[in-house]
Design a protein. Structure first.
Length: 529
């Protein structure tokens, strides 16, 4: 619906004479985005938009206000701080900018699908397509739930707002400022819509641990046996791809909570990478690129409305946002039972790690706190060799509290629920990137299926000489050679050198966490030569 004047924004101290379009449908927001020139419609219905110079998150431009609420609760080694005074100046200038808008879009949404653990969020946007994006990505209230909706947190996103580093204490004209005491997030100077969804993730990552709920940067699905699996992983490791399996019921692809009774999705949609999407390997996700209601970011389209998912001329990080309902076989309640299997995904570009390994609870905590994957040559300027990336908890940029808070909570959940943990490498085999080959997705799926149905546990395992975890010796339907990475290299000694290099990287990265974990986790660390 559209309403004149202030809607209920004045209750939040927001004064504006703009026309407020509140809680419009996806179709209505697409139409408004087209009418205002914010995007174009692809041949089969999706809205195609460009985000300009920001084609990903501006991690160095995100700040949390440092005050008596956050001083002793936020992990300041990982989170940039903003003074209350700088935030007050930023807020005053944001309110002036809001007051000058002719049109604003408002969406009232939930972060989290489990009622007792969700947070009410109001998002105020300058752009219709941003409002459609966040309406797609968060959980949409029913009509009854919208009646009398009172937000707990508010996000204001104005891409044309330019921060002033001298006045606002920012690094540049781009800003993502989070005030946990005032329950307000201000986003300016970027069109990248993912900043909104990750802001809500950060809020839940702050709120849930004191309640004993484990927030997770993971996908999740349910097998035919009714058992839940969660998939941790950084971007590019297969978190979205591997969870979108037609034989399993999808809970969600990116952000979840693990409570006493359920794994519940923080979101109501998916945000998948689209670059070079393979319609045969990933048919469920590919199908969303042909649907109304999908928002495609930085995907190249010709004058006839045909999209080219292989063209990275606008960005390597092309994305598609679509409702969960676009994927066949999704969880009706947006949640499932507590996990029986915990999968940690890595894309090892050094070609060292096996395609799957079984982890003890201590090893699981070690690899969770490590959060390893690797960048490959050519994906970023200056990267000419594989480069290790460690993002603790598989999501350091979104973790306001110290990693040990999340690590200890995960270990507790695993121990209480008896979940089996696995490390899955979707990266390279037969050598490092440039020499070896990408792990075949069919082999990865076969190994995952064996892990998830329990049959993998019945086979023979060997202990990995570098990392100490258990690796299967043979799995039906999988080339046995691929299970022993060293045997796939043409030069075994070269593999050994690469393995020791990777082990040392793990050891060096984990040093800051050693004082925060128990002896069992320290013993789970690989031993450097």
């Amino acid at each position: 619906m559209s309403v004149p004047l202030s809607h209920s924004l004045s209750d939040q101290g927001i004064q504006t004479d703009a026309t407020i379009h509140a809680n419009l449908s996806s179709a209505q927001l697409t139409q408004r985005a087209l009418e205002s020139g914010e995007g174009k419609r692809a041949k089969n219905g999706p809205l195609v938009v460009e985000t300009g110079k920001h084609t990903g998150r501006s991690a160095k431009d995100k700040f949390i206000v440092r005050d008596n609420e956050t001083e002793d609760t936020v992990w300041w080694d990982n989170n940039a701080s903003m003074t209350p005074e700088h935030f007050d100046a930023l807020k005053a200038d944001f309110m002036t900018a809001v007051a000058g808008k002719d049109t604003l879009y408002v969406a009232d949404l939930f972060g989290g699908s489990q009622p007792e653990h969700r947070v009410k969020v109001r998002v105020i946007n300058q752009f219709a397509w941003h409002n459609q994006f966040i309406r797609t990505l968060l959980c949409r209230p029913t009509a009854d739930e919208l009646n009398g909706f009172v937000p707990e947190y508010t996000i204001i996103d104005l891409p044309d707002f330019k921060a002033d580093p001298a006045r606002h204490g920012t690094r540049s004209e781009t800003v993502v400022a989070v005030n946990l005491k005032e329950k307000l997030v201000l986003i300016g100077g970027t069109k990248y819509a993912g900043e909104m969804k990750k802001s809500v993730f950060g809020i839940l990552n702050y709120l849930l641990p004191p309640k004993g709920v484990m927030p997770m940067h993971c996908s999740a699905n349910i097998g035919p046996d009714g058992k839940t699996a969660v998939f941790f992983g950084l971007s590019g490791t297969g978190k979205t791809t591997l969870s979108a399996d037609a034989s399993r019921t999808l809970i969600g692809d990116d952000e979840h909570g693990w409570s006493d009774t359920a794994v519940f999705n923080f979101e109501g949609g998916c945000y998948a990478k689209m670059i070079r999407l393979d319609p045969e390997a990933e048919p469920e996700i590919y199908a969303t690129t042909q649907m109304e209601g999908t928002v495609l970011e930085n995907v190249v389209m010709d004058e006839n409305g045909e999209i080219d998912l292989n063209d990275n001329s606008l960005a390597e990080n092309t994305r598609g946002a679509y409702p969960l309902s676009s994927i066949p076989n999704t969880s009706e309640d947006n949640l499932g039972p507590v996990p029986s299997n915990v999968i940690m995904l890595t894309a090892d570009a050094f070609g060292v790690l096996p395609p799957i390994a079984r982890l003890t609870p201590d090893q699981a905590m070690y690899h969770f706190l490590s959060g390893y994957t690797a960048k490959v040559a050519g994906t970023e300027i200056g990267v000419t060799e594989p480069e290790a990336t460690f993002s603790t908890c598989f999501g350091a940029p979104f973790m306001p509290r110290h990693p040990s808070v999340y690590g200890n909570l995960l270990k507790k959940r695993i121990a209480e629920g008896g979940a089996q943990c696995w490390l899955v490498n979707t990266g390279w085999t037969g050598g490092k990137y440039g020499t070896g080959n990408r792990m075949p997705i069919k082999a990865t799926r076969a190994l995952l299926n064996a892990a998830l149905d329990g049959s993998l546990n019945d086979g023979e395992f060997r202990q990995d000489r570098n990392f100490g975890f258990d690796v299967p010796v043979a799995v039906p339907g999988v080339d046995t050679a691929i299970l022993d990475p060293r045997s796939t290299w043409s030069d075994g000694e070269e593999y050994d050198a690469a393995a020791q290099k990777l082990v040392q990287l793990f050891v060096d990265n984990f040093a800051p966490f050693e004082a925060h974990v128990d002896e069992g986790v320290r013993q789970a660390a690989p031993a450097a030569a």
